[in-house]
Design a protein around this ligand. Structure first.
Ligand SMILES: NC(=O)c1ccc[n+]([C@@H]2O[C@H](COP(=O)([O-])OP(=O)(O)OC[C@H]3O[C@@H](n4cnc5c(N)ncnc54)[C@H](O)[C@@H]3O)[C@@H](O)[C@H]2O)c1
Length: 396
């Protein structure tokens, strides 16, 4: 496995290092994404420290184009209140709807930015979940051919997973994330207390992405993950810090070695082939994390037949994902034909030479051990096998 500075940057129970020049109560991970050094600052209920950090980082910038998730207005108001008045902020609220994660939204935001006199000396800030992060990433990449991007993630999926990536994408009418580019954030900062206002099902689905990391990359973290789940009610700060640490420790070594996520880092597509199809076909009913959970159960079932994954390891998938909000009722409401049609539009097409009857998937032959071909953790799976695994999800 690739080595990472993140492995040395933190250790349980309170991950991260504290820098003498930082405002109190913020810790940080540091990693690189290609040429870009990326600090990830975090704390819990740290509004003042966060305001000081951002004021320091935004100093000298002409303006801050702040794209704010409509679901976090209160957090945004608090944060903006703690920012230095000398920082010129242009706030724009976005309705973060997967259906609106599109080029037309990006286009309208670009027009708005220019109308608001945002110049080349501006910085684009995304405050919100993964949708706002991706849309802001596209805006930052395109406006004046590239402005710095800052992520302030407010959902578990965004904080523990999506921001740890240079991938920025929006959907086309024919499928998820089919149009995009790469832009590494210059800064990530998260007050983990922002995450405490997401509805329980969203927290659960964020944890599903961490279960993905455990199953596909770091099975040794299984006890830390399951041990942190009950802490959500009794010690949310420690629970959220643990989830973040699991996300960072799993992902950073891979994205440092493979910043465009085209080789070894494709491991984080585990569960995503079927997952993305379910998420897109559900038209907003099933969240990204929940869909990925279903996708991992399908992948495990296929791997027992195709790659020798043991029944015990398949059971481990079900055990780990139990209680994380996967609803068979919601799954049944999704058009199955739409799901199977979307399989052929998966954005991993082209990595493997596949005919229409084969689907490229990440599969495991044991926990933490992907099956690889040509340096990539991808394997062609007969379409009929994928379809039967999707059918099984409804009945298991
Ligand atoms: N590498 C990547 O770029 C990457 C990785 C993983 C996921 N993603 C993308 O992320 C998206 C999913 O992100 P998500 O799960 O964060 O969902 P989301 O962005 O759709 O947000 C879901 C809901 O949560 C609300 N919300 C956000 N923060 C909140 C808070 N603190 N309190 C209350 N409500 C809050 C939003 O308003 C929204 O209604 C997908 O589009 C997926 O493709 C991208």
């Amino acid at each position: 496995m690739p080595q990472s500075s993140a492995d040395n940057a933190a250790g349980p129970p309170l991950p991260g290092t504290r820098s003498a020049v930082l405002p109190a109560r913020l810790e940080n991970y540091r990693f690189s994404l290609g040429e870009q050094e990326v600090p990830y600052f975090f704390g819990y209920s740290c509004r003042t420290a966060m305001g000081e950090l951002l004021a320091e980082r935004f100093a000298g910038r002409g303006a801050v184009l702040m794209l704010i998730d409509g679901g976090v207005q209160r957090h945004a108001r608090d944060l903006l209140g703690s920012l230095d008045r000398n920082v010129k902020v242009v706030p724009v609220t976005i309705d973060p709807n997967e259906q609106r994660k599109s080029l037309s939204l990006v286009g309208s935001l670009l027009e708005r930015a220019v109308a608001e006199k945002i110049g080349r000396d501006a910085v684009v800030v995304a405050m919100g979940g993964g949708v706002v992060g991706n849309v802001a990433g596209m805006v930052a990449a395109l406006l004046y051919r590239g402005l710095p991007l800052v992520h302030l993630p407010t959902t578990p999926v965004a904080a523990f997973d999506a921001v740890l990536s240079a991938k920025q994408a929006v959907n086309l009418t024919q499928g998820k994330n089919l149009c995009g580019t790469f832009l590494a954030p210059s800064l990530i900062a998260c007050d983990l207390a922002w995450l405490s206002t997401v509805p329980p099902h969203m927290l659960a689905t964020g944890i599903v992405e961490m279960a993905k990391n455990v199953l596909a990359v770091r099975p040794a973290d299984a006890d830390r993950l399951t041990g942190a789940v009950p802490l959500i009610d009794t010690d949310p700060e420690l629970a959220l810090r643990t989830f973040l640490d699991i996300g960072v420790k799993a992902k950073i070594p891979f994205i440092e070695a493979d910043p465009k996520e085209k080789a070894a880092a494709l491991i984080f597509e585990y569960g995503h082939t079927v997952g993305h199809a379910i998420e897109f076909a559900s038209r907003g009913l099933i969240s990204h994390g929940e869909a990925v959970g279903w996708g991992m159960l399908a992948a495990a079932s296929i791997a027992t037949r195709l790659c020798g994954l043991s029944p015990a390891d398949e059971r481990r998938h079900h055990e780990l994902l139990a209680g994380f909000g996967l609803s068979r009722g919601r799954l049944s409401a999704v058009d199955r034909r739409a799901v199977t049609e979307l399989l052929s539009k998966d954005n991993k097409r082209g990595y493997l030479k596949t005919d229409g009857e084969t689907v490229a998937m990440v599969l495991l032959d044991a926990l933490g051990s992907p099956v690889t071909a040509d340096g990539r953790p991808l394997i062609g799976v007969p379409r009929a096998l994928v379809e039967s695994a999707i059918d099984e999800l409804h009945t298991d």
